[in-house]
Design a protein around this ligand. Structure first.
Ligand code: SIN
Length: 282
C-alpha cells in the first residue's frame, strides 16, 4: 500500500517500522498508519534515519505539541530538544531507573522520542515495560483494589540519591529548575484509562511514584514495592538497541522505561523530544 512495514520486536510490545523516510513530509495515509501502529505497539523503532533537528521536530509534532523537559536546558536554537550525553569518563547515566516521563505533571506528556546521534559499540539499550500488561496480569481482586487508589508522583525523586538537585548536580548537564523540583508533585489514579485505546494501565513510574494517598505509609510502601517489581516483569518488556540514526518513540500513557548503563568508557548521545498535549490521567 504505502511501503510501510511493521515488525514486532518482542512478545508483549514494540515494533520496528521500515519502508519510510522520516525526513520527508508524511502523507495522511502514512501518518494514520504510524499512529495506529503506535497505539497498537506502544513503542515504535525506526532505524537508519537521517534527520535535521527541524525534521526530527516535524515528525515529533505529528504526535502532539513539543514541551521542554524541565530539568535540563535544551539546544540553544531548539529549547524543546535536549541532548542526553554520557562521556567515556562518566559513570552515571540519565534515566537509569524505571520511570514514566514527567508523571509528576498534572498532564504528563503523551510520548517521548529519542534520536540516536552517537552510540557505543555495544550496550546503551533502553528497556521499556508495558503497563497495560502490568494491570491485566494482576488478580481480579488486586485490580479492583488498585482501581480505587490514588498515586502521588514527585519530580524530586523522593529518597533517591538525595533528590533531584543532588542527582542532577552529579551530571554534566546544563540543568534548570532543580530548586523547583520538590514542588513538582501530582496525584493521579493508580490505574489510568488510555484516552485513545480505552485500555487500563497500571500507572507505575518507578522513581516518581512514592505514596498511595488512601493508605498508611507502611501499607503504601509494601504495596508499591510489589507493584514496582511487578510492573518491570521481563515478560512485559521490549528492549530497544541503537545505532546512529535510530529513532524511537514510546507512549508514556501506558509504558515506563529505563536506560541501561552497560557501556562505560564509550560515548552515547541522544536527542530527546518530549511530546505534550496529554490528558489529565483518569
Ligand atoms: C530517558 O529516560 O528519557 C532516557 C532514556 C534513554 O536514554 O535510553
Amino acid at each position: 500500500m504505502d511501503g510501510i512495514q511493521v515488525r514486532p520486536i518482542a512478545g508483549s510490545m514494540g515494533a520496528e517500522i521500515s519502508g519510510i523516510d522520516l525526513s520527508q513530509p508524511l502523507g495522511n495515509e502514512a501518518s494514520a498508519r504510524i499512529h495506529d501502529a503506535f497505539l497498537e505497539n506502544q513503542v515504535l523503532v525506526f532505524h537508519d534515519q537521517t534527520l535535521s533537528v527541524e525534521q526530527n521536530k516535524a515528525f515529533a509534532e505529528s504526535f502532539g505539541p513539543l514541551v521542554p523537559y524541565p530539568f535540563v536546558k535544551g539546544l540553544p536554537e531548539h529549547p524543546e530538544v535536549f541532548e542526553i550525553r554520557k562521556e567515556p569518563d562518566e559513570q552515571m547515566n540519565f534515566g537509569g531507573a524505571w520511570h514514566t516521563d514527567m508523571s509528576f505533571d498534572e498532564r504528563p506528556p503523551v510520548a517521548t522520542m529519542l534520536y540516536a546521534q552517537e552510540t557505543p559499540s555495544r550496550g546503551g539499550d533502553t528497556l521499556i515495560a508495558n503497563l497495560y500488561r502490568a494491570y491485566e496480569t494482576l488478580s481480579p481482586k488486586m485490580q479492583t483494589f488498585a482501581d480505587g487508589l490514588t498515586g502521588v508522583y514527585s519530580g524530586d525523586l523522593k529518597g533517591r540519591r538525595g533528590g533531584r538537585k543532588a542527582l542532577m548536580s552529579a551530571t554534566r548537564f546544563e540543568t534548570a529548575n532543580v530548586d523547583a523540583a520538590p514542588a513538582m508533585e501530582s496525584e493521579h489514579p493508580l490505574v489510568r484509562t488510555h484516552p485513545e485505546t480505552g485500555r487500563k494501565a497500571l500507572y507505575v513510574s518507578g522513581s516518581h511514584l512514592y505514596r498511595i494517598k488512601e493508605l498508611s505509609d507502611p501499607e503504601g510502601a509494601a504495596l508499591l514495592s510489589f507493584l514496582k517489581e511487578h510492573a518491570s516483569t521481563p515478560d512485559f518488556t521490549c528492549r530497544v538497541g541503537y545505532r546512529p540514526g535510530t529513532l524511537v518513540v514510546w507512549d508514556n500513557r501506558c509504558t515506563q522505561h529505563r536506560a541501561l548503563n552497560d557501556y562505560h568508557g564509550e560515548r552515547r548521545v541522544m536527542h530527546r523530544l518530549t511530546i505534550g498535549g496529554g490528558d489529565r490521567p483518569s
